[in-house]
Design a protein around this ligand. Structure first.
Ligand SMILES: C[S@@+](CC[C@H](N)C(=O)[O-])C[C@H]1O[C@@H](n2cnc3c(N)ncnc32)[C@H](O)[C@@H]1O
Length: 243
């Protein structure tokens, strides 16, 4: 037998329920321990050969852990395929894993600008860009990202999709600059918004943790955007410009 449907609450009951409601959600996100993580990767990640090559080559370098995770790359590719952006911007290329995750997913009439300040990393990424024949649609700019963004803004550049993954000091400055160049309905994905989980732990008061916390607070208070913080990789916040 089906249980009785709950009766509709009166306005007074609704008000009391809302006043007493404990906001902590009971159906929380699953805890991703090593076994769940391995399952997630084995059962869902389908990595293109070139991405695997970039990941293998990057593992030889000392800063390899700066690279986004394969499942994060796959999520970025999925977002690009769903949104079908025509103009894409990336801040923080490193050896190109995220660049290629996005670049391989973009439509044939789309193009991308990718910013990086270190020539030695950009040289690695450019080798792969040439190898893949993407150089006509994937432009790289070497230099400080804030300066490159100022130039793009001056040129009147507009974007539909932006991935931010550079230094944390400038996260907010990147966001503010990029938002001005983002078309209505455009999307920003920004990495490291959980910062090794440290943002949630009050004992962490170091500069970077505080900067990421301040960024998260800023975006949550910004009524001009929709947002979702996804616990993938080191935390990925998706931001959509409403107007
Ligand atoms: C976390 S890594 C990016 C990883 C990359 N998205 C990937 O998946 O491989 C950050 C990159 O941002 C670059 N970067 C840091 N500060 C920068 C700045 N002010 N301007 C441009 N690039 C910067 C670093 O040199 C580094 O390559």
């Amino acid at each position: 037998m089906l249980p009785d449907l709950p009766k509709a609450l009166s306005l007074k009951e609704k008000a009391r329920l809302l006043a007493e409601y404990d906001e902590a959600p009971v159906n929380r996100t699953v805890k991703v321990d090593d076994s769940v993580y391995q399952y997630l990767v084995a059962s869902s990640v389908k990595e293109a050969d070139i991405l695997r090559q970039i990941r293998a080559e990057t593992s030889l370098y000392h800063m390899a852990r700066m690279q986004i995770s394969p499942e994060t790359g796959q999520l970025l590719a999925m977002l690009v395929k769903i949104q079908n952006p025509k103009r894409i911007l990336e801040i923080g290329v490193f050896t190109g894993y995220s660049t290629f995750s996005i670049g391989l997913a973009m439509a044939s009439d789309a193009s991308m600008v990718a910013l990086e300040k270190k020539a030695m990393w950009l040289d690695v990424a450019k080798r792969y860009i040439d190898e893949a024949g993407l150089e006509s649609r994937l432009q790289t700019k070497l230099g400080d990202a804030l300066e490159s963004l100022a130039c793009l803004e001056q040129e009147g550049a507009k974007f539909d999709f932006v991935f931010i993954d550079a230094d944390k000091e400038n996260q907010l400055a990147y966001y503010q600059s990029v938002k001005k160049m983002l078309n209505k309905g455009g999307c920003i994905a920004i990495d490291n918004t959980l910062w090794w989980g440290n943002v949630a732990k009050p004992e962490f008061q170091d500069k970077h943790t505080c900067q990421v916390r301040a960024f998260n607070d800023f975006v949550r208070a910004d009524d001009e955007v929709d947002l979702s913080l996804i616990p993938i990789g080191d935390g990925l916040t998706l931001i959509r410009k409403k107007y």
